[in-house]
Design a binder for this molecule. Structure first.
Ligand SMILES: *Cc1c(COP(=O)(O)O)cnc(C)c1O
Length: 388
């Protein structure tokens, strides 16, 4: 059976360019980038080239890139780093209700450590109102954390407007940009953010790689303690082949961004139109306009999302019920409930996320598979008439 992958927001396959570059580095460059001899200098050169490539993807200076073990560590470093640096007796942090667990659970831990956190609500659009951020600020606020693109809905947040609010209040702004990279142009100076998280495996590099943009002059602490690597921001012998893979993926992503944006938007719109035309009692979750071009989150009233994921898997299509991290959990998605869906409708929702390998033929086949599967599930499901 042919298998087709429509779950690129969960992870992406490693691209051939990245595999080749990383393997070459693994095989040839084994020096410790801190060593002063030839072997060390070779490693250092590769590391710094990767830093320039990663910086170019977000248009920052290479010195503003801190390599991490992934998006989760980048988020944790931003939040704990800024909050722990502050010596104020009262520290307050603002995040949105639809952040990734890497931010939300870091916030929960900070709360246990005595930090106050406000979770700003979002409406049905899944887009944050900058005025709500402004209203959440207090004299004790040290950091605001807002994701650029939501992983479940694909909705984009108005970062530049939010940055105007945080600048005015002299509060740092962190942005989890993991789902934006490679899907929309990212320019950290014009976004006005102080910290920006990236992850390798969402842009066709391996898992376990990431980076945090830290604007020059940002005051923060380390969260790990060891050697003097990464300008004292992140100790540990550098993962040179990993950084090289991230740099290569960043360069490829920057190079074919324009084509990807048009191509993916065309396929996503075709998928959405096909599904909505053929299947009654279905609809798109979140704002349709301010979205990344690759994501579509759709509810199918009267069905169980997990059952639909399994039915589609049996036909060779990989899709998701939303956040990969919460799959298998009985709780409905915190994002879908935050934008006002009932628990029932949240459980009846599926996320389709497209990527480089998808074709028009695959999309057409997926539309038919979804149509058949939903019809079948509604026929056998006892809740079908309650909703549909
Ligand atoms: C995947 C993801 C992360 C976590 O990145 P990892 O590299 O898997 O740790 C953080 N934020 C968002 C929005 C994500 O989609």
């Amino acid at each position: 059976m042919e298998r087709y992958y429509f779950d690129h927001n969960a992870t992406t396959p490693v691209s051939p360019e990245v595999i080749q570059t990383m393997l070459g580095c693994l095989a040839e460059v084994y020096g410790n980038a801190s060593s002063i001899h030839h072997f060390g200098q070779m490693a250092k050169q590769r590391l710094e080239m990767a830093r320039r490539q990663s910086a170019a993807l977000v248009n920052c200076r290479p010195q503003e890139i801190v390599f991490t073990s992934g998006g989760t560590e980048a988020d944790n470093l931003a939040l704990f780093g800024v909050v722990r640096y502050s010596k104020r007796p009262q520290r307050h942090l603002v995040a949105t209700a639809i952040e990734h667990p890497a931010v939300l659970n870091a916030c929960a831990q900070l709360e246990r450590e005595g930090v106050e956190v406000t979770y700003v609500r979002v409406g049905a659009s899944g887009v944050v109102d900058p005025d709500d951020i402004r209203r959440a600020l207090r004299p004790s606020t040290v950091l605001v954390s807002v994701m650029h693109v939501n992983n479940e809905l694909g909705t984009m947040q108005p970062m530049a407007e939010i940055a105007r609010v945080t600048r005015e209040a002299a509060v740092y702004l962190h942005c989890d940009g993991v789902q934006a990279l490679g899907k929309i142009p990212v320019d950290v100076p014009s976004l006005g953010v102080d910290l920006y998280s990236m992850s390798g495996h969402k842009i066709y590099a391996p898992k376990g790689l990431g980076a945090l943009f830290v604007r020059k002059g940002t005051r923060m602490s380390s969260i790990l303690f060891g050697g003097h690597h990464e300008r004292e921001r992140r100790p540990g012998t550098e993962n040179v082949p990993g950084a090289v893979a991230l740099g290569c993926a960043a360069e490829v992503a920057a190079g074919d961004l324009a084509t990807q944006v048009t191509e993916l938007a065309m396929l996503r719109d075709r998928l959405e139109k096909g599904i909505l035309e053929r299947i009654p009692d279905a609809g798109v979750n979140g704002a349709r306009r301010s979205r990344t071009p690759n994501t579509s989150n759709i509810y199918f009233d009267g069905i169980d999302g997990e059952a639909l994921v399994i039915a589609l898997d049996l036909r060779g299509f990989a899709v998701s019920t939303g956040a990969a991290c919460s799959s298998g959990a009985v709780e409905p998605s915190h994002v879908l409930t935050a934008i006002g869906l009932t628990a029932e409708r949240a459980r009846a929702s599926i996320r389709f996320s497209l990527g480089r390998s998808n074709t028009r033929e695959q999309v057409d086949a997926l539309i038919h598979a979804v149509e058949d599967s939903v019809r079948h599930l509604r026929k056998i499901s006892p809740v079908v008439h309650a909703n549909a």
